[in-house]
Design a protein. Structure first.
Length: 302
């Protein structure tokens, strides 16, 4: 999908505002002959869609596969696409692309991931302090109206729910968070009151064990800000120990292009064709056309 540099920047800003993960790819080296040039940019989405331009179809097939891998690892990489096999190189992901026109590309790929989303029920002093301290950490903090606990927000992508409403709508909010699979659920309450709240919940014992009360690490916190810090420290520890599976892109299977033998990710945005009841995947239209014209020529036995 062709886009101007300005359109691509605007698209990236919109994706971030919508909390959509993507990979930003920028060409940093282009050795002729190649259609890309340094500074060309593209965005790779979790479904394999590529927006922008960093090279021809074969280069895009490699970019798609490596972009999804970068999203899965959540780590930046310098991708080197070479027309002939090269040994591994420190600091680079080297991919042999036999379809290249003869040039070499190096593309810096950076995952752009949404900040952790923490929803807080209640505007008590601790709830207010949580919003301030969490924002300073770069988290997305959203308040949940304790006056309308039944009007729960979409918790599917929420990383943490902290209930700090001093008894107002606690049960409804906690049960909604548990059923949505929110990784961290904390209840701000004394041990005695917290135990009473847990006992009143329409949840199994296993589900109740997921709720942290009193919320926060035991650091001797006294002020609202210190309690907020202890809760966020617990959220951080939980995130690093058990990251939310559904917030990360799913591993994508790969297939081998029967013509050029490149690895191709098996997503709807990759080129593929049904031939004799089997699905075949291709790096570019040229490989697909050659295969469809004479499948026998590219069978394993040939």
């Amino acid at each position: 999908m062709g886009m101007t540099a300005r359109e691509l920047r605007e698209r990236a800003v919109k994706l971030q505002a919508d909390r959509v993960p993507f990979v930003h790819a920028r060409v940093v080296l282009a050795e002729r002959p190649t259609s890309a040039k340094p500074g060309d940019e593209a965005i790779v989405l979790a479904d394999g869609t590529i927006e922008g331009f960093v090279g021809g179809q074969c280069a895009l097939a490699t970019l798609r596969a490596q972009g999804l891998a970068v999203l899965e690892r959540r780590e930046s990489t310098l991708l080197r696409i070479a027309p002939t096999p090269e040994p591994d190189q420190p600091g680079r992901t080297v991919v042999h692309n036999p379809c290249q026109s003869g040039g070499t590309l190096e593309i810096f790929m950076e995952p752009v991931l949404p900040a952790p989303l923490i929803r807080v029920l209640g505007t008590t002093p601790i709830g207010i302090a949580l919003a301030r301290v969490g924002a300073a950490l770069g988290y997305d903090m959203e308040s949940w109206d304790s006056g309308r606990p039944d009007a729960a927000p979409d918790l599917a992508t929420t990383d943490a729910v902290v209930v700090a409403s001093h008894g107002n709508g606690e049960e409804v909010a906690i049960e909604a968070a548990v059923k949505a699979g929110v990784p961290y659920i904390g209840l701000v309450a004394s041990r005695k009151r917290g135990a009473a709240v847990l006992a009143s919940l329409d949840l199994t014992d296993e589900q109740k064990s997921l709720i942290r009360t009193p919320a926060g690490m035991d650091i001797g916190a006294r002020t609202a800000e210190e309690v907020a810090l202890s809760i966020l420290a617990e959220v951080i520890a939980q995130r690093h120990g058990e990251p939310r599976a559904m917030s990360a892109p799913t591993s994508v299977a790969t297939a081998v292009d029967p013509v050029c033998h490149m690895d191709v990710v098996m997503v709807p945005t990759s080129l593929h064709a049904e031939v004799d009841g089997a699905t075949w995947w291709f790096c570019c239209q040229g490989c697909l056309d050659r295969f469809v014209a004479n499948p026998e020529a590219f069978s394993p036995a040939s």
